[in-house]
Design a protein. Structure first.
Length: 123
């Protein structure tokens, strides 16, 4: 069963994503901050990450920068979730592991589809 790490400082969004992905057969870990996400990655194998960009203390961009330089994490596909007007093309140029960008508000089927596309044959 593929493992997804969902990172967002909004507890409601974490619950929604977790429930939506669990419903279709994924194991979901959650982290409410960038630092907590890095701790989860150190402790457990993750197949895909949903990542909010706008978080206090350590932003999603800070997390992406850490992922890029860590040998074990730099190939984990990342789905960016943001309320900003970020461009997928720009994000992919800066962070190659970004495979999708979902704008808030998003739908759970959109998250499910993005994760399924990101991990491909693992599911």
């Amino acid at each position: 069963m593929p493992t997804i790490l969902s990172v967002d400082d909004d507890a409601i969004i974490l619950k929604l994503i977790s429930a939506g992905l669990t419903r279709i057969g994924y194991q979901v870990l959650t982290a409410s901050s960038g630092a907590a996400a890095l701790q989860q990655l150190t402790a457990q194998h993750v197949d895909c990450i949903t990542l909010d960009l706008m978080m206090p203390e350590m932003s999603g961009t800070d997390v992406l920068e850490r992922l890029c330089v860590h040998e074990s994490w730099k190939y984990i596909p990342v789905i960016v979730v943001t309320a900003r007007g970020d461009s997928l093309l720009t994000m992919r140029q800066l962070y190659p592991q970004v495979v999708a960008l979902l704008s808030k508000p998003f739908t759970i089927p959109a998250v499910q589809q993005a994760v399924q596309s990101a991990i491909g044959d693992l599911s």
